[in-house]
Design a protein around this ligand. Structure first.
Ligand SMILES: Nc1nc2c(ncn2[C@@H]2O[C@H](COP(=O)(O)OP(=O)(O)O)[C@@H](O)[C@H]2O)c(=O)[nH]1
Ligand SMILES: [Mg+2]
Length: 320
């Protein structure tokens, strides 16, 4: 039994409401009383999957797989077909490397301080997600510090400080324009000196000047690694679900440049294209670790495959 630290099925379900609706009232009703040998029926499902950003190849493969299973195993009722879709989608969503959860999904932190580096382009929700993570680690009784590594804009530093005051956590910040590597250096030293359990490091995300940004992120990594080569223990890429496949292109840049362990997928509540979650798993081969389900501090859930497919296919929260 896996222990989900901040798994929230209700949040997952709420956030996927628009995606669920986009599936034409749910697959269940589509298959209700339908002739399962009807090509048009399956094409309708393909279209729904593609339009929710699952990705063309993955959508076709998924539909083929279920169709084959229906032929082989039979499907006496619509809910049998839906169950097959859930199972097959879960296979696509489950991270291949299950040890990824050891970093997040346990009460005892895997390192001390546990250092999380957060990367992603401007506006995707990095700083907000850091505040959400900070609050949740705090609720688990951990002391949290945040390094304000986005020194490019004064407003970015202030934003981290405002969250810091609200959450009563220590923020390590330098002036605007300061070297983020120096912030990383100070933040790690301070976290060790003050015995912090978790250090979350914010970074800049100006995409239009990609070159220098990537160099800057690499440098931050090197500074951390000098203390201990396992630091940062995890690098999370924040992706905005509303940007769809564009987000995947950004992701590749960060993946190559700094190495990414997983994704914090934000703004699932603001899109009908929640299928992007499947595309992230398939096309980037990255696990989604957390999802953002709104603008509030509690609008976060740890990703859970079963909760996710239940929500996607219209299970009411709390019924399983
Ligand atoms: N609806 C919604 N908005 C979010 C979510 N996460 C972040 N945001 C909003 O996205 C905007 C940009 O967030 P910010 O943290 O400043 O992004 P950053 O530039 O990557 O640091 C803000 O208005 C946030 O409130 C989410 O999960 N859902
Ligand atoms: Mg920010």
């Amino acid at each position: 039994m896996v222990f989900r630290l901040f798994r929230r099925k209700d949040k997952t379900s709420e956030a996927l409401a628009r995606t669920r609706k986009g599936w034409g009232g749910g697959l269940g009703s589509l298959f209700q009383g339908a002739t399962l040998s009807d090509d048009a029926l399956w094409e309708q499902v393909e279209d729904a999957l593609i339009s929710s950003d699952v990705g063309v190849d993955t959508s076709l493969a998924l539909v083929n797989r279920v169709r084959q299973r229906v032929r082989e195993e039979g499907a006496p009722s619509a809910s049998d077909v839906v169950e097959m879709f859930k199972e097959e989608m879960a296979v696509l969503l489950d991270p291949k490397d299950k040890t990824i959860w050891d970093w997040y999904d346990r009460e005892t932190l895997p390192a001390n301080p546990f250092v999380l580096m957060i990367v992603g382009v401007n506006g995707v929700g990095k700083t907000t997600s850091i505040a959400k993570l900070a609050k949740h680690y705090q609720e688990l009784g951990k002391t949290v510090m945040v390094g304000a590594g986005d020194t490019f804009r004064a407003a970015a530093i202030e934003q981290v400080q405002v969250w810091g005051e609200r959450l009563k956590i220590d923020i390590i910040a330098h002036q605007q324009g300061a070297d983020p590597g120096a912030v990383a250096y100070d933040a790690y030293q301070a976290a060790v000196a003050r015995g912090a359990d978790v250090l979350i490091f914010d970074t800049a995300g100006r995409l239009h000047t990609k070159g220098p940004l990537i160099e800057e992120l690499r440098k931050v990594r090197r500074i951390f690694e000098r203390f201990d080569e396992s630091v940062p223990h995890q690098t999370l890429l924040v992706l905005d679900a509303t940007t769809g496949h564009n987000g995947l292109e950004q992701a590749k840049v960060f993946q190559e440049a700094v190495g990414v362990n997983g994704v914090f997928l934000t703004k699932l509540d603001g899109t009908a294209k929640g299928g992007i979650t499947v595309a992230i798993a398939q096309e980037l081969d990255l696990p989604v670790i957390f999802i953002g389900t709104g603008e509030g501090l509690d609008d976060i859930s740890m990703f859970d495959t079963d909760d996710f497919v239940d929500a996607l296919f219209g299970d009411e929260p709390g019924t399983t």
